[in-house]
Ligand binder design. Structure first.
Ligand code: AMP
Ligand code: ZN
Length: 115
């Protein structure tokens, strides 16, 4: 869709990624700079800048994305041990890619608060 959007380019397979799960509407791939043994990004194939915008525009797509989170957690074996979901949104949260993505982090104890 948006050729200057990195994650749209990953959806188009114009930029390589390690894809771990895919549906008609959602793609999940490993973060290039993992912060935990499991660090997967789950994104809608359609471009939306952040989670709230996506949910307002297409609530079903937000549900699709969360369903894939569950499949990714199962596939990586962190569904029982636990995992953290993060949607960085905007400057104060250090969002760097403005195509909504859910970080799925797990496989080690994750401290809280995040800092
Ligand atoms: P955020 O700070 O929430 O916008 O996170 C963007 C994430 O995208 C970071 O964790 C990056 O490591 C990750 N990232 C950037 N480029 C790529 C890429 N080509 N493939 C996979 N993950 C990437
Ligand atoms: Zn995009």
């Amino acid at each position: 869709m948006s050729t200057d959007c990195l994650f749209c380019r990953i959806v188009e397979r114009a930029v390589p990624a390690t894809v771990v799960y895919e549906t008609d509407t959602v793609l999940a791939f490993r973060d290039i700079d993992p912060q935990a043994p499991t660090h997967v990004l789950v994104i809608p194939k359609e471009h939306h800048p952040d989670a709230a915008t996506m949910a307002a525009a297409d609530p079903g797509l937000a549900g699709d994305l969360l369903a894939v989170v569950g499949e990714v957690a199962k596939a990586d074996g962190v569904d029982d041990s636990g995992y953290r979901l993060v949607f960085n949104t905007g400057a104060d949260a250090n969002q760097t890619v403005f195509h909504v993505h859910c970080h799925v982090l797990g496989g080690r104890h994750l401290s809280w608060p995040p800092g």
